[in-house]
Design a protein around this ligand. Structure first.
Ligand code: HEC
Ligand code: HEC
Ligand code: HEC
Ligand code: HEC
Ligand code: HEC
Ligand code: HEC
Ligand code: HEC
Length: 348
């Protein structure tokens, strides 16, 4: 028994390294080396590579926030720390912007990372050093740019489109991808979800987290946020619309090569015409309803998918089968009436 345990301890490095090499650290190393060729101006991947090899020593689970060295503070309303001068424990309220949603993190694409893979290891000490705030963090493109394994997401094309958008035009590099995409909680819903309402909800929260948040909006722009309800008062059933269509449906042009169009147009180019959506060739067919995962669902049968579709839009879903059925019913009814009348005529 003891021997077994000794053997296990002796081989611990092996047990630890093999699974890790095959899993996330390997991924991480590959992903950090690869962009080096493309993105040599940036040293960030190299730093990441170093941290990748070191990090696994204390990989921790997001499932158990109370025992996580960061989340014990960053997932709670309040936190405590030892005051170095008085030696006493102090309890304070956490800034709500620094409270992270651990459930959303555990479901996100970067759930394999430790906090200190992206943030400096010096954050392990509290109070955090103030200069840590100024350290640059990797952008999506630093890690994903030029990487063939993520080609289907078209990161480079997204960046080009984003650079045409109103946000980039006004704020330049200060408006990063992370302003919309939290690296903590990012999930590609349009690609992975088969529920339109979930996709809409996830997407619109990105925009609303800033456009409906006075503080956050002001931090970016320096002025108050225009009230969305007032701006869109021409739209009937506003709440219903915001639950069933994404902001980007009206605020971007459809771009066939991209799953999600990233060029937010200026407000005078926004969609205001009802018929753009409420018509047979609705704009939504090329945007919100275009996704493969949704199409796959509709392969079950056009009628059933229309009847069960949680977001049936008047005029949009015109099914040839339904049309045929209604014509048949109409013809049957018509012939019924004719036969009935003929009988009456001949009986007389
Ligand atoms: C004792 C509680 C506590 C612990 C543990 C803690 N933090 Fe913090 N953290 C805070 C507080 C409070 C702030 C708000 C700013 C401040 O007071 O310094 C903060 C701010 C931050 C910020 C925002 C930027 C900045 O520098 O202000 C980041 C990023 C951060 N923490 C990351 C981490 C990481 C990563 C860990 C784990 C390695 C961690 N923190 C552990 C309490 C904590
Ligand atoms: C994949 C990289 C990545 C990982 C992993 C990561 N962060 Fe962050 N974090 C970022 C980036 C990028 C920002 C800056 C967001 C921005 O520009 O507004 C940030 C911002 C923050 C902030 C400031 C508040 C905010 O949300 O903007 C805190 C606090 C923070 N991170 C804590 C953590 C903790 C705690 C963990 C581990 C549970 C963690 N981070 C894991 C990339 C990461
Ligand atoms: C520090 C490097 C780093 C940064 C910054 C980063 N990612 Fe990632 N990302 C990764 C790695 C590594 C994986 C693979 C994780 C895995 O396989 O578990 C990944 C996975 C993903 C995936 C899932 C890919 C797939 O098909 O499985 C998407 C989508 C994604 N990231 C998007 C983004 C976006 C959007 C941003 C910016 C907001 C971003 N990433 C920032 C390193 C990064
Ligand atoms: C104004 C907000 C906004 C900004 C800024 C933004 N995005 Fe997005 N992005 C979105 C929305 C909304 C989606 C759709 C999310 C979903 O449902 O998958 C999306 C989706 C994505 C996807 C998934 C696309 C797919 O094919 O599944 C990637 C990758 C992405 N963004 C990368 C980026 C990168 C890189 C940047 C910075 C150059 C960026 N985004 C800036 C709003 C934004
Ligand atoms: C049905 C189409 C539609 C939808 C959905 C929609 N918008 Fe708009 N939005 C418009 C139009 C049209 C305008 C221009 C209104 C005008 O100038 O009278 C506009 C204006 C705006 C403006 C400019 C405000 C100003 O005057 O400076 C912002 C910001 C905005 N929308 C954000 C959003 C956000 C965020 C969402 C999602 C919650 C959203 N919109 C959803 C059509 C839409
Ligand atoms: C981090 C904050 C933030 C996020 C997230 C954000 N925006 Fe904005 N947006 C702004 C600010 C600030 C402006 C004002 C720009 C200016 O001064 O002209 C703006 C302007 C706009 C405008 C008006 C453009 C004009 O012509 O005046 C539209 C439309 C818009 N945003 C739509 C969106 C949509 C759609 C999303 C989500 C996909 C989104 N925004 C996400 C901060 C944000
Ligand atoms: C971006 C696409 C889009 C635009 C533009 C748009 N709508 Fe809608 N509209 C929808 C969707 C999607 C629904 C949700 C359908 C449903 O599930 O009930 C909806 C629902 C409605 C409903 C409610 C129907 C019901 O079942 O209660 C009315 C009324 C409506 N729209 C009228 C309008 C009018 C009037 C305009 C123009 C001022 C307009 N819409 C512009 C997409 C749009």
């Amino acid at each position: 028994m003891l021997n077994l345990r000794v053997a296990a301890v002796n081989h611990l490095p092996l047990f630890v390294t093999i699974p890790l090499l095959t899993s996330r650290s390997f991924n991480c190393i590959v992903n950090s080396v690869y962009p080096l060729k493309m993105n040599y101006k940036s040293l960030l991947p190299l730093i990441l590579l170093l941290s990748c090899t070191l990090w696994n020593a204390d990989a921790q689970s997001y499932q158990d926030p109370q025992h996580h060295s960061c989340l014990k503070c960053h997932s709670n309303q309040s936190y405590s720390f030892k005051n170095e001068i008085t030696g006493k424990m102090v309890k304070r309220l956490m800034n709500p912007y620094y409270i992270l949603d651990t459930i959303a993190i555990s479901a996100a694409v970067h759930k394999q990372f430790d906090c200190t893979d992206c943030h400096s290891g010096e954050y392990k000490a509290y109070p955090h050093k103030s200069e840590l705030k100024l350290q640059p963090l990797s952008s999506c493109l630093d890690c994903h740019g030029g990487d063939a394994s993520y080609a289907k997401y078209k990161f480079e094309e997204i960046e080009r489109e984003f650079k045409k958008s109103v946000h980039y035009k006004v704020y330049g590099e200060n408006f990063t991808c992370s302003k919309c995409h939290s690296q903590h909680t990012y999930v590609a819903t349009a690609r992975t979800s088969s529920n339109v309402l979930d996709i809409v909800d996830y997407n619109n929260k990105m925009c609303l987290s800033c456009h409906n948040d006075m503080k956050k909006y002001k931090l970016v722009s320096g002025h108050d946020n225009p009230k969305l309800i007032v701006i869109h008062d021409w739209l009937p059933n506003q709440e219903l619309h915001f639950r069933h269509v994404r902001c980007i449906e009206c605020h971007t042009e459809v771009k066939d090569s991209l799953m999600v169009s990233h060029n937010i147009l200026s407000k005078d180019r926004a969609v205001k015409k009802c018929a753009e959506c409420h018509s047979a060739n609705s704009k939504l067919k090329a945007s919100l309803y275009k996704y493969q995962n949704l199409q796959k669902r509709s392969e079950n049968g056009t009628i059933s998918s229309i009847l069960t579709n949680s977001s049936y839009t008047i005029g949009t879903h015109q099914s040839p089968i339904l049309k045929l059925v209604s014509i048949l019913i109409f013809l049957a009814l018509l012939s019924g009436i004719i036969i009935h009348s003929l009988f009456r005529i001949f009986k007389k």
